[in-house]
Design a protein around this ligand. Structure first.
Ligand code: SAM
Ligand code: DTB
Ligand code: SF4
Length: 348
């Protein structure tokens, strides 16, 4: 840690928290680094304080993922078991039917999810019959009273508007890492393409879900750089998933070590402070964490999870174990469309 960081970060936070005009889009790398580098317990305390200013800290938003089209993707994302070019054990399947997905939506609702997130191993959305079916799925899921999110790859403004009109709540498209590190992980599309898709989602007045992955070999500066990109978006993404890499055999990152709890905790707490009104999601990587470890992550400001025995293709804690954890920690799952913020009015 550089001398002076602790002092600067504490002063910065004090001034900022006392004014609580805290939605900043002009963070600098140095400012975010001064927060990231705080002594860990001080960082967690500051993040918990910010969390309580913006959110009811007992509430956690629970989503379930459904992989509606698995594997065979033409992209080269080094982390992804669904890229066709890597020999992984992932079983490919084409687009699920409307009825199959509606059955999964009903089951997720019965188990207590407030949001269903439909993922497709596509590079981009194409205007074809498959997209028409996805639009119907969105309308059907919205009708049964669940929030619907899609993560279908790149899309244009018109496609985003079609999803919005069908009742889509949010669109997930991650920046994944810093602009500088991104090219080490993906060569088949550019960082700017990601940002263009996020702009199209925003233009369609959809809620934006965008975050990234840690544990891919990136530096501390890259993690901070990713947060700089996310904070520069105006408005900030409503939802920010912070995944830890799930190393899948056969992918170029398949033999990387599991990310340490302390790194995830530091990243979650920093995210909470610099994106104070955003829902911060503990995404991939929860299966390896004990309840005590997850309690620390919630304390540091995480307030959303994916629940259910599978993420898209890899294992994840099931609803029953998460429900038990919530009871033991005194947490409550948000209802669909429930607004869990406090103190600040809902932005128009
Ligand atoms: N094909 C679409 C796309 O790339 O936008 C949607 C699905 S893609 C699997 C969604 C996100 O999942 C990726 O951007 C990445 O952040 C995350 N992800 C994929 N594989 C992962 C892994 N092995 N570990 C952690 N996160 C992963
Ligand atoms: C996100 O940030 N993480 C989720 C969701 N958004 C789409 C996906 C995690 C995928 C982990 C690897 C897998 O299960 O295939
Ligand atoms: Fe394809 Fe998405 Fe996987 Fe990249 S992350 S290989 S685009 S499914």
């Amino acid at each position: 840690m550089k001398a002076g960081y602790k002092h600067n970060a504490t002063q910065l936070l004090k001034a900022w928290c006392s004014s609580m005009q805290a939605i900043k889009h002009n963070w600098t790398l140095e400012e975010i680094a001064s927060i990231y580098d705080l002594p860990l317990m001080e960082l967690v305390f500051q993040a918990a304080t910010v969390h309580r200013h913006y959110f009811d800290p007992r509430k956690v938003q629970v989503s379930q993922l459904v992989s509606i089209k698995t594997g065979g993707c033409p992209e080269d994302c080094h982390y992804c078991p669904q890229a066709a070019r890597y020999a992984t054990a992932t079983k490919r399947h084409g687009l699920l039917s409307y009825d199959e997905v509606m059955g999964m939506a009903e089951a997720a609702k019965a188990k207590g999810a407030s949001r269903l997130c439909l993922g497709a191993a596509w590079r981009e959305v194409k205007d074809n019959a498959q997209f028409d079916t996805v639009v119907e799925m969105v309308a059907g899921i919205n009708k049964i009273g669940l929030e619907v999110c899609c993560t279908l790859g790149m899309l244009n403004e018109n496609q985003a508007r079609r999803l919005k009109e069908a009742g889509l709540y949010a669109y997930n498209h991650n920046v994944d890492s810093s602009k500088e590190f991104y090219k080490n992980i993906i060569s088949t599309r550019k960082y700017e393409d990601r940002l263009a898709t996020l702009a199209n989602v925003r233009k369609a007045e959809l809620s934006v879900c965008s975050g990234g992955i840690i544990g891919m070999g990136e530096s501390k500066e890259d993690r901070i750089g990713m947060l700089l990109t996310l904070t520069s978006l105006n408005p900030h993404p409503e939802s920010v998933p912070i995944n830890t890499l799930v190393p899948v055999p056969g992918t170029p990152l398949g033999d990387r070590q599991t990310t340490s709890l302390w790194e995830w905790l530091r990243m979650i707490a920093t995210t909470r402070i610099v994106l104070p009104r955003s829902v911060v999601r503990l995404s991939a990587g929860r299966l390896e964490r004990s309840e005590a470890e997850q309690a620390l992550l919630f304390l540091a400001g995480a307030n959303s999870i994916f629940s259910g025995e599978k993420l898209l293709t890899t294992p994840n804690p099931d609803f029953a174990s998460d429900q038990g954890m919530f009871e033991r920690l005194g947490l409550q799952a948000c209802q669909p469309f429930e607004y869990c913020h406090v103190a600040a009015p809902r932005p128009s």
